[in-house]
Structure formats: C-alpha cells, structure tokens
Write a protein that binds this ligand. Sequence first.
Ligand code: DC
Length: 221
Amino acid sequence: MSAHYVIAIDGPAASGKGTLARRLARHLGFAYLDTGTLYRAVGKAVRDGGGNPEFESDAVFAAQNFAHSLKAEDLQNPALRTDEAGQDASKVAKYPQVREALLQFQKDFAASPPEGIAGVVMDGRDIGTVICPDADVKLFVTASTEVRSKRRYLELTAKGLKTSMEAVMADMTERDARDSGRDTAPLKPAEDAHILDTSMLDADAAFAAALAIVLKGLQRS
Ligand code: DC
C-alpha cells in the first residue's frame, strides 16, 4: 500500500472521464492531473513553431523542449481546449519519444501529491496501463460513439461553433482509431480496470456510479 491513494481514469474522447475525474478529485480533496492537456500543449507548441503535428521530428522536438520547461500555468491556456488541439494532441501522442518525454512529469505527479493531500486522480488514455499500473482504483470510462459524438456536438454548438453531427462523428471515429491503434501505450482498459459505460447515464448518475466504485476500491487498498 502506498502512502497516498492513486486513482487512474482512462477512456476515449468525450466519454465524460474528464468531468468525472475532476469531480471525484474535488469530492475527495485529491490533486488532479488531466494528462491530455500535456499532449495538447505539445501539439500547440508544434503549430506555434510552424511545424506539423503529423511529423515525428517536429513532435519529438516540441515535446522534449516542452518537458524541460513545463510549468503548471502552461496547462491552463484555453486555446488547448479546442477540437483541433485534441486532434493535434492525438497525432503527436502516437510517437514513443513524445510519450517518453512526458512520462516523468506524470509519474512524479502520481508519486508526490502536495503536502497534506491524501491522493491523486489522473485521467488520460494510459494511466492504468503505463503511468500508474499499481493505482489503487482504475476506472475505464466509455460510451457509444453516437452518444459521445452527440455530447461533443452539443458542446461545440453551445459555444457558437458551426458544425454537423456527421463531421463531429467522423472526427471522433478518426481520433478513436488513432488512439486505440497506435503501437505505444494504446487506449485500452487495464486488465484490472472497472468499466463504466456512461451511454445511458447523466452526469450526476455517472458520478454516483464512479464514486461508489472508487470508495469500494479505496476501502480495499
Ligand atoms: O483527453 P484529451 O481529449 O484531452 O486527449 C487529447 C489526446 O491526447 C488524445 O486523443 C490522445 C492523447 N492522450 C494520450 O495519448 N495519452 C494520455 N494519457 C492522454 C491523452
């Protein structure tokens, strides 16, 4: 048993894992890291430098530079939250050297929460499988492609962006295929992960289900 708790939350885009992870962390008083933001920041650094996130050398160069000077404020930029930033993140994330450059920051976060904090919640694609294989609780949050696309569509149109369900679903399917199909740390549930399908659940019901799994898991660890 470690001195603090580690909760690993993985899942595909728009599964609701980010909202759940943040809410769990707040409820439990744990530290929280959205690891997708790291990949988003690397994708943005590539673009800002005039490079192409599809090119391995551009992605690796940006990731190694970014990892050297990584500060928490870098992760707060609202420009990282767009769908384009998500696609760019997914492109750079398939390169092993990009993942390697971001590994230590994530492991350090998991290993040492701030003084007085009893645990950490981290969300991403490979937290339960690669970053924190010994996590006290692992959740894999998922939902059908249709439900995830609809949620994303409503989110985007609520922000005033013009798009169609078809376009959103095509983007979602492309990102899922890239994240699940890559050779290094693909998106997949850890063998000991609890699968939570939120297709039929609203945000409160999903939170209640996740909290029940987490509290049971923490009692056992
Ligand atoms: O969770 P998100 O949508 O912010 O993630 C953006 C992309 O970053 C995602 O499509 C794949 C990549 N990613 C990853 O490969 N590993 C992680 N732990 C987190 C995100």
